[in-house]
Design a protein around this ligand. Structure first.
Ligand SMILES: [Cu+2]
Length: 320
């Protein structure tokens, strides 16, 4: 483990050099806030002004700034330095493997290596993370060639982004250098979370026994803004999979629980989806739904390390 930590620190140092100190300083996943999810059109925020206009003091402060998180094998390349508040996070997967980006807000001066060493055993056991680290969402497992677009409300502060995916050799990408640090500094922008056409909630019974998504019975095809709100008592996520064949829900759950290998073509249906957010938080993602079968799944381990996905937090929905 020690050598891993040394490697991580080395790769983080390289990253700092590559990005410059300013960009690295902060990865603040802001609280997703207690926005109101308003039904309405999936129209994205107004875009008359250039992204530059949202930086600094001038310009249209009601438009979210953009943070681009290019995923490659095996690194993140960051671009953009938006203010705290609602940020448009765009992640193109330009690698050959599936990648994800889970944001954690990290208080104090804890390093990425310290974060990784601390949270691994706690996540696997379904235990709470220490007070200095907070789950803050981000794009989920995303197939090569796909681009994810999320809207996340970041508080001012420092955030660390990790890819936990392990293809092709089972070694988590974060151990190969796929991690990044972002700091959001200054006054919050005036941007709000975009209104959502489809609203999805994550729920649990607070006893660690039963979990569920609140989902519409079907979804209309098309370019759609989706909200995901954690209405439960535990951290939840909403990974999205477009099925290429008629795969039973149980089989999809088995893949996520690592009880079965992904069937042919499965990984190309991985469309991301909000990564883990805390109870009470809400976030957005934009998805171009095509007609067919989609699965929404939360593989997060609950108390005792039992995945929510195996206790009801998985659903198959038809897009028409
Ligand atoms: Cu969950």
């Amino acid at each position: 483990m020690r050598s891993h930590l040394v490697e991580l620190q080395a790769s983080l140092s390289r990253l700092v050099i590559a990005l410059g100190v300013g960009a690295l300083a902060a990865l603040a996943l802001g609280a997703c806030g207690d926005d109101d999810t308003k039904p309405g059109s999936p129209t994205p925020p107004p875009s008359e002004s250039s992204p530059e206009a949202t930086r600094g003091s001038g310009g249209d402060d009601t438009k979210p700034g953009t943070l681009t998180l290019k995923a490659t094998d095996f690194a993140f390349e960051l671009e953009g330095a938006p203010k705290p508040g609602v940020v448009r996070v765009v992640m193109p997967n330009e690698g050959k493997y599936v990648h994800q980006a889970q944001f954690f807000r990290v208080d104090g001066d804890h390093t990425a290596a310290e974060l990784i060493a601390t949270i691994g055993p706690l996540i696997r056991a379904g235990k709470s993370l220490p007070g200095w680290v907070t789950w803050w969402g981000g794009p989920g497992a995303l197939a090569p060639g796909e681009t994810a677009e999320h809207y996340i409300d970041f508080d001012e502060g420092r955030y660390i982004v990790l890819c936990f995916q392990g293809d092709p050799d089972g070694v988590p990408h974060l151990q190969k250098g796929q991690l990044a640090e972002v700091t959001f500094e200054g006054n919050r922008s005036g941007a709000s979370l975009p209104s959502a056409k489809v609203e999805i909630t994550g729920k649990d019974d607070g006893q660690g026994k039963s979990y569920a998504f609140g989902l519409p019975p079907s979804i209309a095809a098309g370019d759609t803004m989706v909200s995901f709100r954690n209405e439960g008592t535990e951290p939840h996520e909403m990974q999205l999979v477009r099925l290429s064949g008629d795969l039973a829900l149980e089989k999809v759950v088995d893949v996520f629980l690592k009880k079965a290998a992904p069937p042919a073509g499965f990984n190309s249906g991985l469309l991301g989806g909000p990564q883990v957010i805390m109870p009470g938080e809400s976030t957005r993602m934009r998805i171009d739904f095509k007609p067919g079968q989609y699965v929404f799944i939360c593989p997060v381990p609950g108390p005792g390390g039992v995945s929510h996905a195996g206790l009801g937090m998985a659903a198959r929905v038809e897009v028409k």
